[in-house]
Design a protein around this ligand. Structure first.
Ligand code: NAD
Length: 425
């Protein structure tokens, strides 16, 4: 099994924080906002770096590094995922926190953005070690999280079990159960119906709208999906259920392709057994780098940042890209894709389904009133479609790409909140 290189290790690597700041600078320019406001939005309001001591299963003590970054509080408490990955660094967490601010504003949630990261490879830790890391990291960042302060959720390398441990650790410290401190919890602990697949549901829903806007019918469309984790796997499933032929899929360990369409259910069963898409006998193995360049109508990057760059954007053959991942396309690649009339549905819109249903989970937890799956899905679809229409209308009116339009709508809302609140003292 070969492991796919992380983009940060390749020559064309750009730093996500530079990308995030460039996108903000363009929006500030377009909106004519002043430099002071720009400076306040270009950096996080609060960040905490912690050393997390850990006892490995063999008794050896070690220490790992964790971060929590809160980018902006103007619209409400901060919200954002927790990532366990060997590639985590503070600047990456800062970029991801900033993107969360824009995402929450774009879909009108009463939150600012945050993100957390712990620099470990979760695959080389036992479940008991992961529990100890999670609980100790939570204990270290305890002073700056809470249901009215900052609310973590799952991201790369973490899941609902991680959230259950965080919720329990926080609750023990408070002396009572506090379900609203995290979202993405198991349903048995106050998780929301529909949360687990919300990001993927949103990605697939917007992908179908984007294809339709280009005159491509779902049942005549082909797709490639990069990443087969919490986002990519169900996005591929929902697309296949809508009639799209998913012809290429990759993960960190390999990639498979089948022109006739991959049976996503059977691929998922293979991944449950083996931990990777590699070795799936019902499709051919292909180099992982080819998934982004596949000859398809729709490309869904749903893994990590910086995978569509100036180096490969001219060779991308998809007509529509829907960003399941955060920050998969660099600014230089965006320009190349726009010049080639490739429609890019940006991350802050495309993958907002997860934070939308996280918000629903937080509302349900705080009010102790539970909604049905149908109610959750209906509300999710409404918020996403409103944002899609809003961004499309702004883009058409101003001649901007969907990313530029989404950034302008989001940054304008955050700036408006600041104007109304004023500066204290
Ligand atoms: P995950 O850990 O569940 O899955 C990540 C997947 O990407 C895995 O299949 C992994 O093998 C694969 N991968 C990693 N490196 C790769 C590489 N170099 N090439 C190909 N595949 C690779 O994480 P996730 O929660 O699915 O998150 C994926 C992306 O979606 C991230 O950018 C994350 O920030 C974003 N996102 C997640 C959510 C959510 O609700 N989980 C919400 C919004 C955005």
């Amino acid at each position: 099994m070969t492991t796919v290189a992380h983009p940060a290790a390749t020559a064309s690597a750009t730093r996500p924080l530079d990308e995030a700041r460039t996108q903000l600078a363009h929006a500030v320019d377009r909106l004519g906002l002043d430099e002071g406001l720009h400076r306040m939005m270009a950096q996080p309001r609060r960040e905490m770096t912690v050393l997390v001591p850990l006892r490995r299963d063999d008794g050896t003590p070690t220490v790992v590094t964790g971060h929590r970054v809160q980018h902006n509080f103007w619209r409400g408490p901060t919200k954002g995922g927790l990532r366990f990955s060997p590639h985590v660094d503070l600047d990456e967490v800062r970029a991801l926190a900033m993107w969360m601010t824009w995402k929450c504003a774009l879909v009108n949630l009463p939150y600012g953005g945050a993100k957390g990261g712990v620099r470990i490879d979760p695959r080389s830790f036992s479940p008991a070690e992961l529990e100890r890391v999670t609980r100790r990291y939570t204990a270290e960042i305890l002073p700056i999280i809470g249901p009215e302060v900052d609310i973590p959720a799952p991201d790369v390398g973490t899941d609902e079990q991680t959230m259950a441990w965080m919720m329990d650790t926080y609750s023990v410290s408070r002396g009572h159960t506090v379900p609203g401190v995290v979202t993405g919890k198991p349903i048995a602990l106050g998780g929301s119906q529909g949360r687990a697949e919300a990001t993927s549901r949103g990605v697939a829903h917007l992908a179908l709208l984007a294809l339709e806007s280009r005159g491509i019918r779902a049942d005549a469309a082909t797709a490639a999906v990069q990443g087969f984790g919490k986002v990519g796997r169900d996005a591929a499933r929902f697309l296949a259920e809508a009639g799209v032929r998913v012809v290429a899929v990759s993960d960190a360990d390999g990639a498979v392709a089948d022109e006739a369409g991959i049976d996503i259910g059977r691929l998922a069963a293979h991944v449950d057994r083996t931990g990777t898409v590699a070795g799936f006998a019902e499709a051919s193995a292909i180099p992982a780098s080819e998934v982004v360049l596949a000859d398809v109508d729709l490309l869904v990057p749903a893994a990590i940042e910086g995978v569509i760059t100036a180096d490969n954007a001219a060779s991308v053959r998809a007509r529509v890209i829907v960003e399941g991942a955060n920050g998969p396309t660099t600014t230089a690649a965006d320009a190349i894709l726009a010049a080639r009339d490739v429609l890019v549905v940006p991350d802050i819109l495309a993958n907002a389904g997860g934070v939308i249903v996280s918000y629903f989970e937080w509302v349900q937890g705080n009010t102790a009133l539970w909604w049905s799956k149908g109610e959750v899905e209906q509300r999710l679809t409404r918020l996403l479609e409103e944002a899609w229409e809003d961004v499309r209308a702004y883009s058409a009116r101003t001649g901007t790409t969907l990313r530029e339009a989404a950034m302008c709508r989001a940054v304008a809302r955050v700036a408006e909140a600041q104007r109304l609140r004023g500066l204290y003292p």
